[in-house]
Design a protein around this ligand. Structure first.
Ligand code: ADP
Ligand code: MG
Length: 356
């Protein structure tokens, strides 16, 4: 078993509060990704889970057992750091087995775990080499191997792929998924990269300034963001957030542009009659129309994304990004919003109005 529970977890460095009252429950064998901008506290949380960092307040439970004050060695964890350091004078094989030998694991057991790790990570042909004779990606695999052979219930990874180039990262992600399939450990992966999070997570825990913004499946985080921060953090280019007023079944942009809102959930909208709202719509949920009806969109910049174009421009005075598979011929086009993909936020709390 490997459930993990954080209860009102707090961490301060001197007078600076980094984590405040974090409560979170992770299931046995689940793949959870801690995502958020640099400095939001992801590593601090992972380090508290591992026991390397002390807790200022609150509790950490492994399988309902309070381990808050346990030393790292007393917790059933394996950890891979961003700046993993391999022993430079040891071969791949020795790097992977060093900790096991030190912990007096029986020799046969070590051999078997080593063999499995070398074959899963495709390191068999490199086992005699020293770290200086390996590429970045191969060193990364050795660092993973070193963690894998511990056979721990909890696998904690802090931005382990950030030193790899883009192509290697994609294959390393697949290797991680295979590892998880094999070992089924409870897996917590820290990253600031939303694509990596989407690719690896059963559930994403999105953080900002030490506070959890949303904890849900990648699909829900993308399609039903809980607040404006989540909407803007996930997706490239990010979701458009526009100011509007709601009146008589219509969204009104700068008292000029009216969009029919009858298809939106009326019950949620009732309290907003005559008031302002934030309208969230993703660039791919806006379409360019052939006929000259719809919303007038003035294109200012076109960014080529390879498979598509990002059109950046204005409707009235508000900036908007539209995704298009064709490069438009004119700088002014007519567009249409897919109203089934609109998300509305309260302008004061910035919360999704369905979450109120
Ligand atoms: P992340 O991993 O999300 O980039 P960290 O958990 O490393 O963020 O850091 C969160 C905040 O805590 C940052 O503002 C950082 O400067 C601060 N911090 C981290 N470790 C220490 C420390 N040992 N002493 C003081 N401040 C720290
Ligand atoms: Mg970090």
């Amino acid at each position: 078993m490997g459930t993990l529970e954080l209860k009102n977890l707090c961490k301060s460095f001197g007078d600076t509060k980094v984590i405040e009252n974090l409560t979170l429950k992770i299931n046995d064998g689940e793949r959870v990704v801690f995502l958020g901008p640099s400095g939001c506290g992801k590593s601090t949380i992972l380090r508290m889970i591992s026991g390397i960092e002390s807790v200022s307040d609150g509790q950490i439970l492994f399988d309902d057992k309070d381990v808050t004050n346990y030393a790292p060695g007393e917790r059933d964890i394996a950890m891979v750091f961003q700046n993993y350091a391999l022993y430079p004078h040891m071969s791949v094989e020795k790097n992977i087995t060093y900790a096991l030998k030190r912990n007096k694991i029986p020799k046969e057991d070590i051999e078997q775990r080593l063999h499995q790790a070398l074959s899963i990570l495709d390191l068999n042909h490199l086992k005699e080499r020293k770290p200086s004779e390996l590429s970045g990606g191969q060193r990364q695999r050795v660092a993973l191997g070193r963690a894998v052979v511990k056979n721990a219930s909890y696998f904690l990874l802090d931005e382990p792929l950030s030193n790899l180039d883009a192509l290697l990262r994609v294959s390393a992600r697949r290797e991680l998924l295979h590892l998880h399939d094999m070992y089924q450990h409870t897996f917590i992966f820290v990253t600031h990269d939303q694509l990596e999070a989407m690719a690896l997570a059963d559930r994403i825990a999105l953080f900002d300034k030490g506070e959890i913004q949303m904890f849900d499946t990648p699909e829900n985080v993308y399609n039903h963001p809980s607040n404006v921060f989540t909407a803007r953090f996930i997706g490239t280019p990010p979701m458009n957030i526009l100011d509007a007023k709601y009146e008589k079944n219509q969204l009104i942009f700068e008292s000029k542009l009216y969009i029919d809102a009858k298809t939106l959930n009326q019950q949620n909208l009732e309290p907003y009659e005559g008031r302002s709202l934030l309208v969230g719509i993703r660039p791919e949920a806006i379409y360019i129309k052939e006929e000259p009806t719809g919303i007038r969109f003035e294109i200012e910049d076109i960014e080529n994304l390879g498979e598509s174009y990002s059109l950046i421009g204005k409707i009235n005075q508000q900036m908007l990004t539209v995704k298009s598979y064709k490069r438009p011929e004119q700088s002014v086009v007519n567009i249409k919003f897919d109203m089934s993909k609109v998300t509305l936020f309260d302008p004061n709390t910035e919360m999704n109005i369905e979450e109120r």
